[in-house]
Write a protein that binds this ligand. Structure first.
Ligand SMILES: [Zn+2]
Ligand SMILES: [Zn+2]
Length: 297
């Protein structure tokens, strides 16, 4: 275990005040949302959570862009990436570079968010300090060369924060129309943007913190990754994290029948519909002992 006083360079960097202020404001407004419940508002939050967390972050940023677990036409790739920008977790280029570093250097000083540097650090501390949310050009070039040469990805990464603003305008209009007043529009924005965003952030962050701390291990990987059913339920299947670290390119994270993986089910459906191809899913029963425990990311 790393001594907390000997932290790596990224943790001693200055505080990212804009990020800290935005995340704080979102939490305050998310608490405010709890006093304005309606079934329509709840539905708005569930739908936007599904689009951002599952289509965008899970299937788009993670399983497609970072690990290339399947092939998709550019239109599908850009659509899933666009959904990811609704998740407000920085642009895809930063996200992918940071996540590829996490796989390359898991639990070392170069890992952007290992619990070896503290549980709070691995959950959200790393967002507020350091460069993980805003990698320099050399780092982006090194860890996401496939994305930095794509002008559409560069554009979407530069303006990722515009998507939640557009979504907020749409939700405001829908909520106002449904209730016949702007207060209804305002509360739908509280639910569909602020409360949903806070839940979405913590769900993703739990993959970095909780699934490197608590859960079971099917594979003896060199890192501390775990399979955690509760986190999988919150993240549409991303919580089968030990499986994922053992076989990063597999777009299938839940490997047993009881490891429910919503993102994998949707990807299978997309393959059947002809929207994606070459979908790779590791199959546990086909493999026997003696194979390498950890694939390259
Ligand atoms: Zn991990
Ligand atoms: Zn990954």
């Amino acid at each position: 275990m790393q001594n907390v006083t000997e932290l790596n360079q990224t943790q001693s960097d200055k505080i990212q005040w804009v990020t800290l202020s935005a995340v704080t404001l979102f939490h305050v407004l998310a608490i405010g949302a709890l006093f304005t419940f309606s079934w329509a508002n709840l539905l708005a939050a569930v739908i936007t959570w599904w689009i951002a967390g599952s289509w965008g972050i899970g299937m788009g940023y993670h399983r497609l862009l970072t690990h290339r677990g399947f092939k998709a036409p550019k239109a599908v790739e850009y659509f899933l990436t666009f959904c990811g920008t609704l998740g407000l977790q920085s642009g895809a280029i930063n996200w992918v570079a940071t996540h590829r570093m996490h796989h390359a250097f898991t639990e070392t000083d170069k890992d952007p968010h290992t619990p070896h540097h503290g549980t709070y650090w691995s959950h959200m501390g790393w967002i507020f300090r350091g460069t993980a949310q805003n990698q320099d050009e050399a780092t982006q070039q090194r860890y996401a060369p496939d994305l930095v040469k794509d002008r559409v990805h560069v554009f979407m990464s530069n303006y990722y924060y515009v998507t939640p603003i557009i979504a907020a305008i749409i939700l405001f209009a829908v909520g106002s129309l449904l209730t016949g007043g702007i207060f209804g529009g305002f509360t739908m924005v509280l639910w569909g943007i602020f409360l949903r965003q806070v839940i979405g952030w913590h769900s993703t962050w739990l993959v970095n913190s909780a699934t490197h701390l608590w859960g079971s291990r099917r594979f003896e990987t060199r890192d501390d990754s775990r399979n955690n059913g509760l986190i999988a339920a919150l993240t549409f299947g991303e919580g089968w994290h030990n499986n994922h670290h053992a076989h990063p390119r597999s777009a299938k994270h839940g490997l047993a029948w009881y490891e429910f993986d919503v993102n994998w089910v949707q990807l299978k459906l997309m393959e059947k519909l002809g929207l994606i191809s070459d979908l790779y899913g590791y199959q546990i029963e086909k493999h026997t002992e003696g194979e390498p425990l950890q694939e390259a990311a």
